[in-house]
Design a protein around this ligand. Structure first.
Ligand code: C2E
Ligand code: CA
Ligand code: CA
Length: 533
């Protein structure tokens, strides 16, 4: 048969592809690839993880500092009142008790107006090599950064200045020693900067040891910022810890992907083989839906619609398999099988003795190949049905790829008396341009337009435009999906007398259709009473 080579070939290819050794190798390579790719993201995720851990560990400290900084002007103003600014015994005692009582304050120092200096814990090794951070934070307050050269950390310093001298309050480093050494020795460092003086970063000796970019930055009050840096070895430590879990996660993900792809392929393949078996077992059955000429209530003809009768199962609607078989190419063999059955059944009905038309749905591919079309006609001609009783309906669902060839085939069909109708007119790709290019003389107006009769939907004006176009172009029109008397009347008033839809009859098996044909009476209007499928 003309079509079997085509679909068998692709079926065979699918089988070899999905069962061969190559498939296993490809799957293993894919899974390993995904696992490796996942583990490569370990630097990114370790950074994220570390940022989260350190920022939550330093959260409380940062809040505390923020609060202190906000209260600096008031705190320093009240503290300064208690000092004499002479570095006498009372000043020294006070310096020590202030430092002792407030655990955010590391050291307090005084500079008298005569340039004498004294401080709490005088032997600590904090370099007064200070850099301005925010000058004139307040009328009497400036902020500085100082370096504790012993511990290599930078400290925020608030300076109170007045006529009697100045008071310097050194805060504990923002990242305390616990955080600094928590993850590995000396590997976290925080530096205070401000928008006024962003240059100030951290103790210069440390710069080379830490990453050039901060791991994260936290905003404090009034344009102050704390940048937290970590040593590369800490990042590496976390990256190495994440490498294996990410690899395993990638492996799992890869396996899941492969399993779902295979399940999908198997489902596709099984549909393919089910259709194949259905063809062998001749499970595809034509249903017939009447098309009525409402001007005199006579039968214009019918549309043949495919159904799949699987053993011990409900009848399968074409919407469930037609899209697939149209893609796979199996539609060609299915159409042949349907036409074969149709000719047998219609001959029993003496269809050839009438002038009624049978509409058969085809895909563009069937109109683009002389070989395929000749084969279809050969099956039809084996019966007594006349070719001028046959029409092919082509939808806009799939595009034509060879319009010139299709135009030739359609012309040859027309010469043999076979009509070609544009199905679902107005719903697809290039529909109306096909009418001209393929010289199509019949339209099937889609039910999507018909169902809007009686409403004010925009589609109703589209229906009117399609009808106006059809009349203007002198085309034969069949309205589909007519479900109510109102729709039927409206269409008849617009001059569309050929109508198809549940109002007249659903698609039915041959036995019911044969009964329908006998029952239909020319006017007065027929009311269907038989069992519809
Ligand atoms: P279609 O060619 O547009 O066929 C009309 C569809 O509308 C049929 O659906 C029919 O049952 C339904 N219909 C008819 N009157 C009414 C109505 O008053 N109300 C409603 N709601 N629906 C109505 P069906 O039989 O499920 O077919 C669906 C589609 O499958 C067809 O749409 C056609 O495109 C495709 N199809 C069916 N058989 C074949 C076939 O042998 N070959 C190809 N290529 N396609 C087919
Ligand atoms: Ca159709
Ligand atoms: Ca249609």
């Amino acid at each position: 048969m003309f079509s079997s080579k085509r679909y068998r070939y692709s079926f065979f290819r699918e089988i070899t592809f999905f069962t061969g050794i190559k498939r296993h190798l490809a799957c293993v390579a894919f899974v390993l690839g995904i696992a490796l790719l996942s583990s490569l993201t370990s630097s990114f995720f370790s950074r994220l993880q570390l940022t989260y851990i350190i920022s939550s560990d330093s959260d409380d400290l940062l809040n505390l500092h923020s609060m202190k900084i906000n209260r600096f002007p008031d705190l320093l103003a009240s503290l300064s009142q208690n000092f004499r600014f002479d570095c006498g015994i009372s000043d020294i005692n006070l310096l020590e008790s202030v430092t002792y009582n407030d655990y955010v304050i590391k050291q307090v120092a005084i500079k008298t107006s005569g340039n004498q200096r004294c401080s709490s814990f005088p032997r600590t090794n904090i370099k007064l090599q200070v850099i301005p951070l925010v000058e004139n934070y307040d009328e009497n307050v400036s902020l500085w950064v100082a370096f504790d050269s012993e511990k290599k950390q930078n400290l925020l310093v608030a300076e109170w200045h007045e006529e009697r001298g100045s008071l310097w309050v050194y805060m504990e480093p923002i990242v305390s020693d616990t955080i600094r050494n928590k993850y590995c020795s000396d590997c976290v460092l925080s530096a205070i900067t401000s928008s006024q003086n962003p240059e100030v970063a951290f103790w210069r000796g440390d710069a080379a040891l830490f990453s050039s970019k901060p791991l994260f930055s936290a905003q404090l009050a009034d344009g102050l910022r704390v940048d937290t840096y970590v040593k590369a070895e800490l990042l590496e430590l976390y990256r190495d810890q994440l490498y294996l879990p990410l690899f395993i996660m990638g492996l799992t993900l890869g396996v899941l992907c492969v399993v779902s792809c295979q399940a999908l392929a198997r489902r596709k393949m099984s549909l393919h083989s089910l259709v194949e078996r259905g063809l062998v077992e001749k499970e595809f059955v034509p249903y017939y839906q009447p098309i009525v000429d409402v001007s005199n209530n006579t039968l214009y003809g019918c549309e043949m619609l495919a159904r799949w009768h699987r053993p011990d199962q409900d009848v399968i609607s074409p919407m469930e398999f037609i899209p697939y078989v149209e893609k796979s190419g199996q539609i060609l063999a299915i159409t042949d099988q349907l036409i074969e059955k149709l000719t047998n059944e219609m001959t029993k009905l003496n269809w050839h003795a009438t002038k009624q038309v049978i509409s058969i749905n085809v895909v563009p591919e069937q109109l683009e190949s002389q070989v395929i079309m000749e084969n279809t006609l050969r099956i039809l001609q084996r019966s007594e049905i006349q070719l001028n009783q046959i029409a092919f309906e082509v939808t806009e669902r799939k595009q034509f790829t060879d319009l010139a060839m299709a135009s030739d085939v359609i012309e040859q069909l027309r010469q043999k008396g076979v009509d070609v109708k544009l199905d679902d007119a107005g719903t697809g790709y290039g529909g109306f341009s096909y009418i001209q290019q393929l010289n199509i003389r019949s339209l099937k107006i889609d039910k999507m337009f018909v169902e809007n009769i009686g409403t004010t939907d925009i589609k109703l004006s589209l229906l009117n435009s399609i009808i106006a176009f059809g009349k203007e172009a002198g085309m034969e029109m069949i309205a589909e999906g007519v479900e109510t008397e109102e729709q039927s009347k409206y269409l008849a008033e617009q001059g569309v007398y050929l109508q198809q839809g549940y109002f007249f009859g659903k698609p039915m098996i041959f036995k019911d259709f044969a009964y329908y044909c006998k029952s239909i009476q020319p006017k007065p209007k027929f009311e269907p009473t038989m069992r519809l499928v």
